[in-house]
Design a protein around this ligand. Structure first.
Ligand code: NAD
Length: 243
């Protein structure tokens, strides 16, 4: 018997990258997984990779879409046991050149989206006095990064949110943790210019980029019963970049 047999898991931003790798890990652990994301063509491709997984088009910034999607999942699949807030975007720019839209979008998707989803899903978890929430932060939220004032603020916000909500929901049987990846090989980092990429690589003691699976296996651990006495923590997965 696998550790998440019979459980329902939701992964936002789950059509590709770290989200899809996480959905696959949770499915391998026995969970029925719902993946939420934006693009229709990627939905079918993601569903094909997840045995009985289901894709939903849902923008985590849109409160009404979030409410409706969570209600549909609870009706069609059952009460949600695991929520992974993974949807994220970057819009890098130096502070003096940063546009309002770049600030707003990054804060909205990474932080507001995490709030929208957590509020909607935790209601059922609290009623059932059981659940596990894992938020995707970033090492950038801990150490900062030039050109990412918006993203660093959002991810530092995710860490604060994780700890506040962990304290609030611990007495109600719900654990809340975060994973802070370093430099992982996905579409998000593929668009980094060569110079920035080389500078980042030089800071990784293990000397290689992480793979989405490196993050997904840690999310799987936090989601499941092996981490049953762990809450309010941030686990860094970065090849030794931040210590
Ligand atoms: P990615 O760009 O490959 O995937 C992100 C997914 O989120 C995409 O499928 C995208 O469509 C989806 N998404 C974006 N906006 C959304 C919205 N409003 N509603 C629903 N879905 C939305 O990125 P990734 O590298 O797989 O990143 C996954 C998470 O890990 C993000 O939160 C990211 O900030 C975090 N992270 C990534 C790295 C890295 O090096 N790749 C490092 C630290 C943290």
């Amino acid at each position: 018997m696998a550790e998440l047999d019979g459980k329902i898991a939701v992964v936002t931003g789950g059509f590709r990258g770290i989200g899809l790798a996480t959905a696959k890990q949770l499915a391998a652990a026995g969970a029925r997984v719902a993946v939420l994301d934006l693009d229709e063509p990627e939905k079918t491709a993601a569903e094909k990779q997840l045995a009985d997984g289901v894709g939903f088009l849902c923008d985590v910034c849109d409160v009404e879409q979030v409410r409706a999607t969570v209600a549909t999942i609870e009706t069609e699949l059952g009460g949600i046991d695991v929520l992974v807030n993974n949807a994220g975007v970057t819009r890098d720019s130096l502070l003096l050149r940063m546009k309002d839209e770049e600030w707003d979008l990054v804060l909205n998707v990474n932080l507001r989206g995490t709030f929208n989803m957590t509020r909607a899903v935790s209601k059922g978890m609290v009623k059932r006095r059981s659940g596990s929430i894992v938020n995707l932060a970033s090492v950038v939220g801990v150490m900062g990064n030039a050109g990412q004032a918006n993203y660093a603020s959002a991810k530092a916000g995710v860490i604060g949110f994780t700890k506040a909500v962990a304290k609030e929901l611990a007495p109600r049987g719900v654990r809340v943790n975060a994973v802070a990846p370093g430099f992982i090989d996905t579409q998000m980092t593929a668009r980094l210019p060569g110079k920035a990429r080389n500078m980042l690589m030089a800071q990784i003691p293990m000397g290689t980029l992480g793979q989405p699976e490196d993050v997904a296996t840690v999310v799987r651990f936090l989601a499941g019963p092996a981490a049953g006495y762990v809450t309010g923590q941030v686990i860094v997965v970065d090849g030794g970049m931040v210590m």
